[in-house]
Design a protein around this ligand. Structure first.
Ligand code: FUC
Length: 784
């Protein structure tokens, strides 16, 4: 492959593209993708595609959100209740190494440890004589959710336009050329599975001329003793204008066409986490039928797609300024960002986070997993499943805040289904209610996996409940509250039964548990170290305080049982308080074990500040300072998601410059021992993990507006470098929408807030507070 004058064309195209403000929301490159993390992601929630844009060998890597290994099952260990007393005794006597070994024996899953999210393979397009090209340019327009590649070969201009249609449920690529008859290629599937059958549909579809079908059916893998039950069918319709289309050797050959449109549909037999009785072939055929019969064509499709997508994307805009950096290719900007001021890259990254969540999480579908929906392998890192001790929750931090409440529905359903299946996890400890441990998957498995060191954490239900309650604070919708209350109440039942008094003060603690994945740097009474298993970890205490408090509030609003509320109040009083340790830090554990040299990626004990709201500058100034001491010691550089979390934490610490420093760390190429950002703006743990994108997106919003204290704080953590700017459409707790916030010299000049449910509105900036009563549906202008 040779690049000729690519930069010139890119520059020329770019000038024409940059003429409108809208065009700033593009990722663009002057060369094809060399690796998967250079390719551009498209998705409509259910279907995903990665577009490589290689002239001679185009690759459309495909995903469908329900293609997972295994089948309906759970992985709980009912021996847990037999071992609980012995484990607790060992823990309370300081024999933590023994307790951890006993957890492995009694509690860790003896069956599967979670099923993998799997690829749907790729559609490959092989072109002859396209190795040499010039004037190369490819982009992802996140305002329209369309990827475009253009280049020249022998004076002919080629264009490929791709999107995953929201209304039509197909992946589409339209190939055109500036001369007639210039398109000749072979299309074939490449899948890493044993392929049940590839049919090059010899029958021409419907009445369409010059077209062919290519279909392949496969099965998800057996995994850890669980039989693969997901079957999927991948069906492509290739329609040429001019030239000819032939089917041979499991491939479709297109010769001398003027233009070609490829429509790809994927169907599975997945119905829900208990049911795989669907018909994958029918599911794949349905969306394609109108195109096969010629009733529908490409015409009008793109407009319909853009219209539906932009309804969701267009709710929020952001402007942090721009400069000459914005005219460079995106990969170059990422390489420059830590050293060079490029405020528009932050806006682009923020909007890209919104683009990704809209593209991988839509009502009725699956929640965004560790890779959203984009995965090229049979076994993604960490199986691409749902890690519940930070990662899946982080995926949903921007949902409400960043004006995309509809993206939250798949997460709410995941929580509901875990609350059903997680009854088995409560039962395994002999408790009522429900819980889950540090992982789940499409089968809503709720057992303790990956061994006690990594997975002995029975508190997943509490974090899930925090997040669904937080959704209520944003939407203030009484029907939504009715829907989530039983889930919260049932989680409380589990903890009422599971909590146990610790021997020293009789505080009620979660035991056994851990502070996610971190081992205190101390030895136990047996002289052994590197043990994570503990009781009364700070994050657990904070989360239970939150769960009981929120459930009491919810019960109050709904007029639920007074007796139950009293029980919760009494238990809440007996939870351990947060403690400040010997070097002024917020203690991570029940004991003062924190090591100031510990730079572990998890910052679990700071949960009470973010995503929780227990620690605030005005409400708990000493704890607030202790959080800062802890976070400073933990350091900045870390995995991608850890840095995203730290952006949020520094924003809550009201330190905009430090939050900005973390954005600089995150928006740089990943390096040794540190995460960062890939060329396609995907977050690098490394490897690719989408949570970091979402954590940082939420963090950028938190720098501009916060609403967790009962009042709306404007510009609470504005870095010095964002002197002026504007944001529109962020959502605030209490049912408010920040319709516009424009600032100059760090001071708000236009503030418009819409009240969606009425009620008291308190807005503050820099210590100045304004209060008013509001009426549902009205807009309010506030002057500072
Ligand atoms: C948690 C983290 C890891 C990784 C994994 C998917 O276990 O500690 O860093 O993100 O989830």
């Amino acid at each position: 492959m040779k690049r000729i004058s690519a930069v010139f064309l890119a520059a020329a195209l770019f000038v024409s593209c940059m003429s409108g403000k809208a065009s700033q929301l593009k990722l663009w490159y002057d060369e094809p993708a060399n690796q998967w993390t250079d390719a551009l992601p498209l998705g409509n929630g259910r279907l995903g595609a990665m577009i490589f844009g290689t002239p001679a060998g185009e690759r459309i890597q495909l995903n469908e959100e329900t293609i997972w290994g295994g089948g309906p099952h759970n992985n709980v260990n009912y021996a847990a209740k037999d071992g609980l007393a012995e484990i607790r005794t060992a823990l309370f006597e300081g024999r933590r190494s023994e307790a951890q070994a006993l957890c492995d024996r009694y509690i860790s899953s003896k069956g599967a440890h979670g099923m993998p999210y799997q690829t749907a393979g790729s559609l490959l397009l092989d072109f002859e004589d396209m190795e040499e090209f010039s004037d190369y340019y490819r982009e992802l327009d996140i305002e329209r959710a369309v990827a475009t590649t253009v280049f020249k070969v022998d004076g002919v201009e080629y264009k490929r336009e791709s999107f995953v249609s929201f209304p039509d449920e197909v992946v589409v690529m339209r190939l055109t050329a500036s001369e007639k008859g210039a398109l000749s290629f072979k299309a074939s599937y490449s899948l890493p599975y044993r392929q049940d059958r590839i049919t090059g549909g010899s029958a021409k579809p419907g009445s369409l001329k010059n077209s062919a079908l290519l279909e392949v059916s496969c099965k998800g893998d057996d995994h850890e003793g669980v039989e693969g039950k997901v079957r999927f069918t991948n069906r492509s319709l290739i329609v040429a204008e001019g030239g000819s289309v032939e089917v041979s050797d499991n491939a479709v050959n297109v010769e001398d066409a003027n233009a070609v449109t490829i429509y790809i549909s994927i169907g599975t037999n997945f119905v829900n986490y208990k049911d795989v009785s669907g018909d994958e072939k029918r599911a794949a055929a349905l969306p394609l039928a109108p195109f096969e019969s010629g009733k529908k064509s490409y015409k009008g499709m793109l407009d319909a797609h853009v219209k539906e997508y932009s309804k969701q994307f267009g709710t929020v805009s952001i402007d942090l300024g721009t400069n000459e950096q914005a005219s460079l290719p995106t990969d170059e900007r990422i390489r420059n960002f830590a050293e060079t001021f490029d405020p528009q890259l932050v806006s682009l990254y923020f909007q890209f986070g919104r683009y990704l969540l809209i593209s991988c999480s839509q009502p009725g579908g699956q929640a965004a997993n560790l890779q959203g929906i984009w995965n090229e392998s049979r076994q993604a890192p960490w199986d691409g499943k749902y890690t519940t001790n930070i990662n899946v929750e982080m995926n949903y931090w921007p949902s409400f805040l960043c004006g995309m409440p509809q993206t939250f529905e798949p997460f709410l359903r995941l929580v509901k289904e875990c609350a059903e299946h997680g009854r088995e996890s409560a039962e395994m400890y002999g408790c009522r209610g429900w819980t889950l441990h540090h992982n789940t998957d499409i089968w809503r498995s709720t057992g303790a996996v990956d061994g006690a060191y990594n997975g002995m954490w029975p508190t997943g239900a509490a974090w899930f409940c925090h997040q669904i309650w937080d959704g209520y604070l944003f939407n203030m919708d009484p029907d939504y509250l009715e829907e989530i209350y039983p889930i919260m109440k049932s989680a409380c039942h589990f903890f009422i039964d599971f909590l146990v008094p610790e021997p020293e003060n009789g505080y009620l603690v979660v035991a056994p548990s851990y502070s996610p994945e971190n081992a205190p740097r101390v030895q136990d009474v047996l002289g052994r170290g590197n043990i994570t298993t503990v009781y009364g970890a700070t994050m657990d205490n904070q989360m239970l305080f939150d769960l009981f408090g929120n459930t009491i509030e919810a019960a109050g609003i709904l007029g639920e049982e007074a007796l139950f509320v009293d029980t919760l109040k009494n238990i809440k009083k007996r939870l351990p308080p947060m403690k400040i340790g010997r070097w002024g830090q917020l203690q991570e554990w029940f004991e003062d074990w924190d090591d100031p040299r510990d730079n572990h990626r998890h910052v679990s004990h700071l949960w009470g500040m973010y995503p929780g709201y227990q620690i605030t500058a005005d409400g708990t100034p000493e704890l607030f300072n202790a959080v800062r001491t802890s976070l400073e010691a933990r350091g900045d550089a870390s995995t991608g998601w850890s840095m995203g979390w730290k952006v949020c934490l520094w924003a809550r610490l009201l330190d905009g410059n430090h939050a900005y420093k973390l954005i600089q760390d995150q928006l740089s190429p990943s390096g040794r021992g540190k995460g960062g950002t890939y060329n396609n703006l995907f977050d690098a743990h490394p490897p690719f993990q989408i949570d970091g994108n979402f954590g940082c997106t939420a963090g950028i919003a938190e720098m501009l507006v916060q609403s967790h204290t009962g009042s709306i704080m404007l510009l609470p953590a504005l870095p010095d470098v964002w002197k002026e700017g504007q944001v529109k459409g962020l959502m605030c707790r209490g049912g408010f929408v920040l319709e516009e916030l424009t600032w100059k010299e760090g001071k708000p000049v236009t503030v418009k807030i819409k009240s969606t449910v009425g009620g008291d509105l308190e807005v503050s900036w820099n210590g100045v507070q304004k209060s008013m009563e509001t009426v549902a549906g009205k807009n309010y202008t506030i002057n500072f």
